[in-house]
Design a protein around this ligand. Structure first.
Ligand SMILES: Nc1nc2c(c(=O)[nH]1)N[C@H]1C(S)=C(S)[C@@H](COP(=O)(O)O)O[C@H]1N2
Ligand SMILES: [Mo]
Length: 315
């Protein structure tokens, strides 16, 4: 017997276009007033598909009040080389990717290593909305209402030991579902890393959604990092491994071009990329360029992490 399973339906297909757009306007208006939590329904995260609403409360302490980058730009202008190197590739080529079920391997210098399911890692009642700037090393930027949990809250559950000086992250490798992996543009899998104090910093967010909904595949479903004071490439997508390390881990962009991309990769207008300036950026949707701010505007919160370090050497 053949059992027919329904195809996943996007909210944009259920509601008619105008209703859909009105709902978005409504959510955004609500978000501006800080009412997000009250407007959105609670859903089970198990098997949640892109577009499923998430129940969140706005974190105002860490959110910027700058104008949001439109949803369509956030979800169609992406860097996710596993799906191709053009900005439109991730949204066009990630339809076959299956972000559920999901699990994350946790290992290295910690007391609770193991394989954790998505539901073990993400506790729905801890989800917050945080509006952060994301600045790509290519000198464009966006303002995105992310939904996630402070990474520190997750990492502490794995009980890192005093030998855990760094945390390494790895992206899933599924060439059958990720057509960009057929080309060796990077040495797969995509890898990133943080110093333990950077990973534990309250701004560092383990993210599962944006615009009040479950992450679309192109934005790194089902779990990605957002480190707002660093260039966008540090915000690794579709994470399957978290490893506590004694030594500084190797990272994809540093491995591919060490003279251009360092381990730290803090947003720094004073230190140019060897092939272009980092002084200005284009906010997606805007015409004139903006001045890039030290640590992407988060200096008050994070500058102390780097006191005494030469940021020209540790770029
Ligand atoms: N696995 C993986 N993660 C990745 C990338 C990638 O190519 N592969 N690109 C990075 C870069 S360069 C940027 S700017 C951000 C973009 O995130 P966004 O598409 O959600 O805006 O994802 C980062 N995370
Ligand atoms: Mo980037």
């Amino acid at each position: 017997m053949l059992i027919k399973t329904p195809d996943p339906i996007k909210p944009s297909e259920i509601t008619d276009k105008q209703l859909y757009l009105d709902r978005r306007k409504f959510i955004r208006a609500g978000a501006k007033l800080g009412l997000t939590g009250a407007l959105l329904n609670t859903v089970s995260l198990t098997g949640a598909l892109a577009g499923t609403k998430l129940s969140t409360v706005r974190n105002n302490e860490y959110s910027t009040d700058e104008e949001l980058t439109p949803y369509d730009a956030v979800t169609s202008y992406n860097n996710f080389y596993e799906f191709g190197t053009h900005k439109s590739d991730p949204s066009e080529n990630s339809g076959k990717f299956k972000p559920q079920p999901w699990s994350v391997v946790v290992d290295g210098e910690c007391m609770k290593p193991g394989t954790y399911s998505y539901e073990d890692v993400i506790r729905p009642h801890q989800l917050e909305e945080r509006i952060y700037r994301l600045r790509c090393v290519e000198a464009w930027s966006m303002v995105i209402p992310w939904v996630g949990i402070p990474l520190a809250d997750v990492l502490k559950r794995f009980e890192p030991t005093s030998d855990a000086k760094y945390v390494a992250f790895t992206t899933v490798m599924r060439p059958e579902e990720m057509p960009g992996m057929r080309r060796n543009v990077l040495d797969w899998p995509y890898r990133e890393g943080l110093r333990i104090d950077e990973a534990m910093h309250p701004l560092t967010l383990l993210t599962v959604g944006l615009y009040g909904e479950v992450l679309p595949n192109q934005n790194g479903a089902p779990i990605r990092l957002v480190v707002p004071w660093k260039y966008g490439f540090k915000s690794i997508k579709s994470i399957v491994r978290i490893q506590f390390r004694r030594k500084m881990p190797r990272t994809s962009w540093n491995m591919s071009a060490p003279q251009e991309y360092g381990f730290y990769s803090n947003v720094n207008p004073e230190v140019d990329h060897p092939r272009w300036s980092q002084r200005k950026e284009r906010r997606i949707g805007e015409f004139l360029k903006r001045e890039t701010l030290m640590f992407n505007g988060y200096a008050d919160q994070v500058a102390s992490l780097y006191s005494g370090m030469d940021l020209r050497k540790n770029y």
